[in-house]
Design a protein around this ligand. Structure first.
Ligand SMILES: [Zn+2]
Length: 325
């Protein structure tokens, strides 16, 4: 077979595969709602497309989603945080299209305190921050002067806050991080989320109930039901109770070593409330709906897009970031 024939055959089969994939994809509700053919993900572009977008000044900022692969109770996929951060980043980039590119997400984060549940993978703090720094430095090297890290996992929040000011100074760019959950105000959530209404009404009677608010409960479950329903499984509290997991002491010495820094401080009188908290999260997840998820995605998208817009303006004006208070 000559080269040109095999090449034609390959292109024909690629075209057929793409046509099939596109037809299948376009038919899903998700494609209509959350995925747009405009390629905001850096990795979906060829080097030619990305180079030309930069050269023509179309790309003015980058978002780096950061997440975690960790336990999210009995019903959510382990990659919930990376998935939610990527979804919000993509939606914000589409809103500002074509000014923002979304870098490959960091799928792992700092989550040693979840190691009692199997499936959790944690980075050390220094691994996580080194990873994010390297991504920021790569993008900066390509000439992107405005970068927002959009974080989806609480454990990454402090390491990012601690690192960003020094990186900003060193690289001389408009750089910041934002955990998308910061978009939500308890008051606003109380208008449409059952768990936040109960919190506002003072009906959450224990520390475990008051602290089991966003992780794996009504907020994250609703977001995934709207944006990534394939990552949500049905469950009942009966099944949960039958699994009889013990997250206060029922783990191996190897897990105990991971948990040690988190088993000494910060617990209220009476010790580790983790079993009660875990159960409270599972109960809250039952309040989740797709419609609530759509509202949550909208609030976070508006918040992140607004922040990136302000950062782009600051870069254009040569104004300091963060703006002087
Ligand atoms: Zn989460």
């Amino acid at each position: 077979m000559s080269n040109s024939i095999s090449r034609r055959g390959w292109i024909a089969s690629l075209k057929a595969a793409l046509a099939g994939a596109c037809a299948g994809w376009a038919g899903t509700a998700q494609a209509q709602r959350y995925v747009h053919p405009r390629r905001v993900f850096l990795g979906e572009n060829t080097r030619k497309e990305f180079r030309e977008a930069l050269e023509q000044g179309r790309i003015q900022a980058a978002i780096i989603p950061t997440g975690s692969t960790e336990q999210h109770n009995e019903h959510l996929a382990l990659d919930c945080d990376a998935t939610c951060a990527t979804l919000i980043s993509q939606q914000a980039a589409l809103r500002l299209y074509p000014a923002v590119t979304v870098s490959t997400a960091c799928p792992l984060g700092y989550a040693p305190y979840h190691m009692a549940r199997k499936g959790t993978i944690t980075l050390r703090k220094e691994t996580f921050t080194a990873y994010v720094y390297d991504v920021i430095r790569s993008l900066t090297t390509h000439g992107i002067r405005t970068i927002l890290v959009v974080n989806g996992h609480n454990g990454n929040h402090a390491p990012l806050l601690e690192s960003i000011p020094a990186w900003r100074k060193e690289l001389g760019i408009t750089l910041d991080s934002e955990t998308y959950i910061s978009a939500y105000r308890d008051e606003e959530l109380a208008e449409f989320l059952t768990s936040y209404r109960l919190l506002k009404e003072g009906k959450l009677d224990t520390i475990a109930r008051r602290t089991a608010m966003s992780h794996a409960s009504e907020v994250e479950t609703s977001i995934l039901m709207a944006g990534h329903p394939e990552r949500v499984r049905p469950f009942t509290m009966d099944e949960y109770d039958r699994a009889a997991q013990n997250y206060e002491s029922g783990y191996s010495p190897a897990v105990a070593r991971y948990l040690e820094p988190f088993t000494k401080e910060g617990w209220p009188k009476g010790g580790n409330p983790e079993n009660a908290r875990d159960r409270a999260r599972q109960e809250r997840a039952l309040y989740a709906t797709k419609e609530k998820g759509e509202r949550l995605i909208e609030i976070a998208t508006r918040f992140i897009a607004g922040k990136v817009e302000k950062m782009i303006e600051a870069t254009a004006k040569g104004a300091p970031w963060p703006p002087a208070a």
